[in-house]
Design a binder for this molecule. Structure first.
Ligand SMILES: *Cc1c(COP(=O)(O)O)cnc(C)c1O
Length: 339
């Protein structure tokens, strides 16, 4: 293989050697299969195509300075996929099967795991879809679980930096009792217009308020929100936010650093009071927020006065990355080493 330009990989799809698959038929999960095809042959009446029976996950494997490969919070991703399955009536894949599949696909594509020095990683994308044919609105009787991997570049190419966000009031991502807490493709289809509008206006990403009252902070694009003030890490409590595993990890690290952690509704005006804020998720860990504009209301909440990431965001970011790459001890048992 031609040596890849590891440090300049985009966050996009690149073909690797193998993917792995498990079929669900006759009310049971089958054997783990290895596949080198990138396509999925499917019945045209499959429920994933018509009625959105589709769930996905996203996690990463990192190569350490010691050469070992570490996968971050594998069991948490398995549990979240199970929760999504309950949410849209798909059969749950047991954690052990999920783990077996992730380890297998990472080992099979070992040559695509970027070297430590590049700051890049291997993105792991599990997907579960209803493949059984159905015309009436009903859950499928057959499913396919697939995992592919693709190497992805370091998120911050020019160094850890801040971005501007914009509140979009015109579109909602998820309803208060809808599917916002589940990692399903439907939420993403619902977010495309808001995301495009934010980009067209020159912002990094769209920011959502709660769909019912338009008073409280919900999520930013496909990332959770947190704010920092008075030595406290504050993140929204809402019934339409996807429970981010990065956010959960940052809450623990903030506590470890002696900070208080609050999960509660955050009114929009409170944005003015934060010393720092960030968007968090697997892709970037933390994307520090420069400011959040509410264009329709003519307001702008400037969070970073000098346009640079604050000290708490920086500390949390460095700490989490150090655990992922094995530079610091994994005291919470978050990492699975690929043997
Ligand atoms: C995946 C996702 C996140 C981030 O979750 P992580 O587990 O931290 O990667 C946040 N919001 C939405 C809508 C998501 O789909």
């Amino acid at each position: 293989m031609k040596e890849l330009d590891w440090a300049n990989l985009p966050f996009g799809y690149m073909k690797t050697d193998y993917n792995v698959r498990i079929y669900y038929r006759n009310e049971q999960w089958g054997e783990l299969e290895t596949c080198s095809e990138e396509t999925i042959p499917m019945h045209m009446a499959a429920t994933c195509l018509h009625y959105g029976q589709e769930a996905f996950e996203g996690l990463k494997a990192f190569r350490g300075k010691d050469g070992k490969v570490r996968i971050f919070r594998l069991e948490e991703n398995a549990a979240r996929l199970q929760s999504t399955c309950r949410g849209i009536l798909m059969p749950e894949l047991p954690t052990e099967r999920f783990k077996e599949a992730v380890l297998k696909v990472v080992r099979l594509n070992e040559r695509f795991i970027p070297p430590y020095e590049s700051g890049a990683s291997l993105y792991i994308r599990p997907l579960l879809i209803g493949t059984g044919a159905q015309v009436g609105v009903r859950p499928a009787n057959e499913y396919l679980f697939v995992i592919f991997v693709t190497p992805v570049g370091p998120y911050f190419k020019g160094g850890f930096s801040t971005n501007p966000y914009v509140i979009i009031r015109e579109f909602d991502r998820a309803a208060p009792l809808g599917t916002g807490t589940y990692k399903v493709g439907g939420n993403y289809a619902a977010s495309l217009r808001a995301n495009k509008k934010a980009h067209d206006l020159g912002y990094a990403c769209e920011f959502y308020l709660d769909a019912k009252e338009k008073k409280y902070i919900d999520e930013c694009g496909a990332a959770n929100f947190f704010g920092i003030k008075n030595n406290t890490y504050i993140t929204p409590k809402s019934t339409s936010i996807l429970p981010s595993i990065t956010n959960k990890s940052l809450m623990q690290l903030a506590e470890d650093l002696g900070m208080k952690v609050e999960r509660r509704p955050i009114p929009e005006e409170e944005l003015l009071t934060f010393e720092e804020a960030g968007a968090c998720g697997t892709a970037a860990v933390i994307s520090p927020i420069e400011r959040i504009d509410d264009v329709e209301n003519g307001k702008s909440y400037v969070i970073s006065k000098d346009g640079k990431p604050g000290p708490v965001c920086t500390k949390l970011y460095n700490k989490l990355r150090a655990i992922q790459y094995g530079d610091e001890p994994d005291t919470h048992g978050w990492v699975t080493i690929v043997e």
